[in-house]
Design a protein around this ligand. Sequence first.
Ligand code: WT7
Length: 658
Amino acid sequence: MSSNESLANLLKEERRFAPPAELAAAANVTAEAYAEAKEDRLAFWAKQARRLSWATEPTETLDWSNPPFAKWFADGELNVAYNCVDRHVEAGHGDRVAIHFEGEPGDSRAITYAELKDEVSKAANALTELGVQKGDRVAVYLPMIPEAAVAMLACARIGAAHSVVFGGFSAEAVASRVQDADAKLIITADGGYRRGKPTALKPAIDEAVLSCPTVEHVLVVRRTGQDTAWDDSKDVWWHEITDRQSTEHTPQPMNAEHPLFILYTSGTTGKPKGILHTTGGYLTQASYTHHAVFDLKPETDVYWCTADIGWVTGHSYIVYGPLANGATQVMYEGTPDTPHQGRFWEIIQKYGVTLLYTAPTAIRTFMKWGDDIPAKFDLSSLRILGSVGEPINPEAWIWYREHIGGDRTPIVDTWWQTETGAMMISPLPGVTAAKPGSAQTPLPGIAATVVDDEGHEVPNGGGGYLILTEPWPSMLRTIWGDDQRYLDTYWSRFGAGHDAAETDWRYFAGDGAKKDEDGDLWLLGRVDDVMLVSGHNISTTEVESALVSHPKVAEAAVVGATDATTGQAIAAFVILRGTAHDDAELVTDLRNHVAKVLGPIAKPKMIKVVSELPKTRSGKIMRRLLRDIAEGRAVGDTTTLADSTVMDLIQSQLPAAG
Ligand code: WT7
């Protein structure tokens, strides 16, 4: 299906789902908020910043005097860990459960806010003992266990920026990120449980540190108890060092613009981008959006976000937003089908989860597994369902509402990015009449629209590129160590240039979008060459580079082909080196090679050996044509090819069935 066809289908969607009256009547945020923010956007955000406890209250809201380098609440000071932990204990909520941890093997652990305060304080003292100071970087490579949140909060408490690297990434991927950030310490674990068995994590770190001279220590959480190689000069057990620390630690106030974390995201070209987020504005928007979009009632709700802490969703909606709001949440270590395909629904039943946040790729998998699986569990506690990571197709939206939400819960389809730090476009559960498949409306205080190729705003019914027209508190501040790339990637496409008026700076999100006749926004996926596989951004260039690093591969072109389950699947076309042969093992070999270089998530689903690749005269691969082949369609317009016979040649080399 071409994007035009899928768009036409999307816009035929006419079902509407009004908020349940009871929810609307008691909602944290009402339609009033849109009017208030429209009246005075900066006053609106200044008010939301007061959700936090500041050591020094800010008197400034936005400093946009050097666009696009924003400063929010620049003369304010606060400590993020104090806001996420201590203040709830001081307010008398120390006995409230912060985290209901559910390990994959079935072990569980409830951690109250008072216990979390002790854990974070001990970890902060341990980091200090290991020589980590304010301004340093700490890499985190952990499974989904409470220590991941504790480690992040401990870094925030002492003002060291964390750089969390997804536990599924390879040693090389970790090493390049650790090197880029000059991290001083890596926090990891012996392993974690996945698909019913312990999976080692430390060997990847042992390999990575060989090429990371800045790393002084590796702090290792014992999770699985598996045999682990040990280097006494570097390695330190988490439990040994934290056990001997005091539970007292005084959080130091940080300037609102102090770096909180770096998180790497795939780019279209070259190395991953280190997205930098800072303290005050980030926490303000993470906290406000979690309160508004999930309508969180901290006394009664049980919230569960199924993302991994290695992605931005885990940062903003497992750690910072929910904890800043004093939420009780579930954290689950493993996969949804271990030990059975009803595991998620069993967890919801066990803890009485009221707010669920997951991804379309998971929802489509559940649909495939069958309606009878969730039907066996009591899901009546649920009151709001969230979706994030990629466009949710109306079929999946309706299935989610009917089979998980009992045909009663609002669905919030939340559009945002690693770069935006927090949600930007989403329905409000007590306000918006929801349209299946559309993220609909910029949140209060957020300005977004759709423009055409020339940067002109399109009318209702028109399509083009999504842009953000005003700075927002949780925006990225730059790409770590590369201000120029920050400018080039996000602000030059539709920005007005250097002598532009302050208000003319426009952020290019890289997503295609459409406005429907009501002016509601429909997100259509990436317009560049980043693939979205199971909700994860993977760059075509990175996979191509990985393939070409194999001794048998001369050249490679990679495209994301529409896939019913994972959103996009990676399809690769490779040209072999002269002496190499296309034998049975080759494809397996290449897939494993990519997994080794980039991690299993980047493994191509399909690899085809060809003798030529379609290129323009300037040598740019025409991925569009390869996507036609990968998706089993007639090949489109080939007139800009350097050699117009190439596509016929490629097709003659592929089996007829594709
Ligand atoms: C890209 C950002 C946001 C956290 C997870 C991904 C796509 C995200 C939606 C949505 C349509 C969406 C966009 C975006 N995306 N949410 N609700 N509807 N598309 O973070 O890895 O930085 O990816 O994910 O294409 O640009 P990320």
